[in-house]
Design a protein around this ligand. Sequence first.
Ligand SMILES: *Cc1c(COP(=O)(O)O)cnc(C)c1O
Length: 423
Amino acid sequence: MNYKRETICVQGGWKPKKGDPRVLPIYQSTTFKYETSEQMAKLFDLEESGYFYTRLQNPTLDAVASKIADLEGGVGAMLTSSGQAANFYAIFNICSAGDHFISTSTIYGGTFNLFSVTLKKLGIDVTFVDQDASEDEIIKCFRPNTKVLFGETVANPGLKVLDIEKMARIAHAQGVPLIVDNTFPTPINCRPIEWGADIITHSTTKYMDGHATSVGGVVVDSGNFDWDQYADKFPGLTTPDDSYHGLVYTKAFGKSAYITKAVVQLMRDLGSIQSPQNAFLTNIGLETLHLRMERHCENAQKIAEFLESHDKIAWVQYPGLKKDKYYDLGQKYLPTGSCGVIAFGLKGGRDASIHFIDSLQLIAIVTHVADARTCVLHPASHTHRQLSDEQLIEAGVAPDLIRLSVGIENVEDLINDIKQALG
Ligand SMILES: *Cc1c(COP(=O)(O)O)cnc(C)c1O
């Protein structure tokens, strides 16, 4: 049966049989028992599927991964210990030393550092592009060794909406997959695979968990990219893997080649696995994701409109505002709402912005976004403080930008707190 997203949120993933627990259990076990040595050997050779060690697979994690894969419309998914790990694995699964990839410049600060500093140390080079540049300008950045195009559906914290169809068209014409970090809209508000994205990543730490309890990430494979068509570009998927007696992923796993390699090779070797306890908590969050997203978006829309009309506010970015630069793209890709995050600046500039966030009472200063409690952050002093002013602008973060993550409280209480803090 093809269930709708709300039903998948509540009942996807865990399929209990007769006498099984109704609620997804936490398989808090590193190991799984077998009866013969041969049974175990077959698992190591990937001839049979089964659990043997939680770094590779665990039933709690698999149930949650499968729920998220269904929500995104993918063929498979892998949970990771964090969103950072998810983006690292997504890229590293098909890029190695000597390769190059292209990313939009307006991305999460942690991802920006990963791409511009750490991946470079591994010999993987990145070019950042303006996501609003013309197709020709972006195509000019491709090189013979370019392997990926990367962007965020709704950029954190710049709140730019990605033109996914345009990006997919560019990537596919160049024979590379489009990877989209869909953390902010979640599959409730946007399913990038339907618009041509090939691989989806998330920080499940954000709306999916939704309660600020568990750091986690996920990589979802659409199964749509034809690796064999560009076999020379993706030898990791199309040529023998020595660590599995010469197995070729595309031959052995077809549409699931990418995600299988990520699990059985990268996760085996690098080991950034999510704990079963965290996966359990993420799953509890997922069960109400569709309800919470609705309220996050409804509250954020009202607060964005309030801020827009306030005389002390210099500017507001929220794709739901008619005057917003990304309103039209938002209507196309995010018709049910974008997310609960709003970016804005005060007329008094950087100092006034800092004074404002210090005066809030109900709304807390925390390094987080996208959970049930409304919170606020000043990226130039916090998440993005390693970036120069030039890099800040490039990353879509004005020095006075306040990132407000609207929760699911009563919206009048939130507006009253903002009013009193504005003075
Ligand atoms: C938070 C975030 C990440 C990083 O995720 P962690 O779970 O904090 O490691 C990546 N991408 C986006 C869009 C994020 O908001």
